[in-house]
Write a protein that binds this ligand. Structure first.
Ligand code: URA
Length: 217
């Protein structure tokens, strides 16, 4: 896996990351969602530099001009529900992409510390000959990304895979690396060292779904 860890280079991205982590600022759900969306926009821009481009002629009212445009259809696939603001950020830039959604949740059959990922809903276009952008804001254990990929893999012929994430834990990144093709790109804003016993990223930011959309039963 080719890892692009963007926080390593100083940029305005770090301000957006600091605001989603900050326990006072993150309390404002509108700001939290918009910051995740802004991070999605920055990650899209960086990812776009890695796509294939071909020369295209554009006609203006006064003449014509050639410009290089990326030339493959993209499918953005997100894991519900925390993935929605990140999905919107990606779609703001890749505005003609197709879209896919997977619902995956942590099922705790016995206790809080043990869980399995259950995929219940999958709505997607064809992936044939397209570039897949798989978005998951919190790459904790990596299990939901891998389960999501297993669901998609059944419709093979994916040309190129890019994973986009906001904060990841080293352990989850390693798990993803071991379960995706070698040439997969990971575009990630920030990397943290640890997971706690409940599978939360430490220091992370807390529960991204709850911060964006409120608590759930
Ligand atoms: N999902 C979250 O929202 N936060 C984490 O730390 C891990 C998974």
């Amino acid at each position: 896996m080719i890892i692009h860890h963007l926080e390593k280079n100083n940029s305005i991205l770090n301000k957006f990351i600091s605001e989603i982590r900050d326990k006072n600022i993150q309390k404002d759900p509108l700001r939290f969602r918009r910051n995740i969306e802004r991070i999605g926009e920055v990650l899209s821009y960086e990812l776009s530099k890695n796509l294939n481009y071909s020369e295209t002629k554009i006609t203006t009212p006064l003449g014509s001009k050639s410009i290089n445009l990326h030339n493959k259809k993209i499918v953005i696939c997100s894991i519900l529900r925390a993935g929605l603001p990140l999905h919107q950020g990606l779609l703001n830039y890749f505005d003609d992409a197709d879209n896919a959604f997977i619902s995956a949740y942590r099922h705790h059959p016995n206790n809080d510390a043990e869980f399995e990922i259950v995929v219940e809903y999958f709505a997607a276009p064809s992936f044939d000959d397209k570039i897949l952008i798989l978005a998951d804001p919190m790459l904790a254990t990596g299990q939901s990304l891998v389960e999501g990929y297993e669901a998609i893999k059944k419709q093979l012929n994916i040309e190129e895979i890019h994973i986009v994430s906001v904060i990841g834990a080293r352990e989850g990144i390693e798990y993803v690396k071991n379960n995706f093709p070698e040439n997969t790109h990971l575009w990630i804003a920030a990397i943290d060292e640890e997971l706690n016993e409940k599978g939360y990223i430490i220091p992370g930011l807390g529960d991204a779904g709850d911060l964006a959309f409120g608590g759930k039963l």
